[in-house]
Design a protein around this ligand. Structure first.
Ligand SMILES: Nc1ncnc2c1ncn2[C@@H]1O[C@H](COP(=O)(O)OP(=O)(O)OP(=O)(O)O)[C@@H](O)[C@H]1O
Length: 253
């Protein structure tokens, strides 16, 4: 059954200067669903992901046409605060990028900036976020240690905890496991499956098995266009378009 949409992308074109990186993208992201964005290198997956929380605003010369509706409002409307958009729609990057601070401070940095002050609230937030990202047991006794001393997989789970501490509705993940070993990758995939209960997750991945394992919906992109968007099962077993089939069977890309 189809869940309610949380983000609707309507007639979006995206430009880096003169170069059009996305053409006529229209798609809905369902609430509490994992959606995978797949396609060959340079097809625009990361551009689309960054566009969903106005991360592309930070790139000089970039321009968006069309609308991205998040809970009934265009996030590109003049009166929308991009900082608030990014709080509600969080992001996890390819390479774990903890702050060079303690594990504790990594989690509390954003919430403190947003006005969470009470010590007991802060401690509670640290514990809950680390439990949600299944890191608590490994770090509960070393919260004051530098985040940089954690393994890559632990750092990525810390980055997920840091994003969750902002109490987002949506998590955008840009190839979150591509820098990780298979065991850490499996842990993050399990985590994504658990988070799906309470969050909407949109993930860019180059790993076809990963898309098939963790997502409910999959969008296939090619040269800046959304070629096919359907249930993951359909995309991987019975795609409508030849380009999709060629890509998922490894004939190109
Ligand atoms: N900051 C930028 N300035 C100019 N062009 C860019 C910029 N970022 C991306 N592009 C171009 O936009 C197109 C889409 O890039 P994007 O990173 O979205 O693709 P992708 O599908 O995520 O690729 P990959 O899988 O390799 O990460 C590419 O042609 C890329 O060269």
């Amino acid at each position: 059954m189809k869940n309610k949409s949380i983000i609707e992308v309507m007639d979006v074109n995206f430009y880096y200067g003169q170069f059009r990186a996305l053409t006529d993208i229209t798609m809905d992201f369902e609430k509490n669903r994992v959606t995978a964005l797949i396609g060959p290198s340079g097809c625009g997956k990361s551009t689309l992901l960054r566009l969903l929380n106005r991360m592309n605003d930070l790139i000089d010369g970039s321009r968006v046409e069309g609308q991205v509706i998040f809970e009934d409002k265009n996030i590109y409307a003049a009166d929308v605060d991009p900082v608030e958009v990014r709080r509600r729609i969080g992001m996890v990057f390819q390479k774990p990028n903890p702050f060079p601070k303690s594990i504790f401070d990594n989690i509390t940095y954003g919430p403190k900036l947003h006005g969470v002050k009470k010590r007991s609230d802060i401690e509670q937030l640290v514990e809950v976020s680390l439990k949600q990202s299944v890191l608590w047991e490994e770090v509960k006794d070393i919260l004051n240690r530098s985040a940089m001393t954690l393994s890559g997989g632990q750092q990525q789970r810390l980055c997920i905890a840091r994003a969750l501490a902002m109490k987002p509705d949506v998590l955008l993940m840009d190839e979150p496991t591509s820098a990780l070993d298979p065991i850490s990758t499996a842990k993050i995939e399990e985590l994504i499956d658990e988070l799906r209960e309470n969050y909407t997750i949109i993930i860019v991945t180059h790993n076809m098995q990963q898309a098939a394992r963790i997502s409910g919906m999959t969008g296939f992109f090619y040269l800046g266009k959304l070629i096919e968007f359907s249930s993951t099962e359909k995309i991987f077993t019975n795609p409508e378009k030849k380009q999709t089939e060629d890509y998922i069977t490894g004939r190109f890309g």
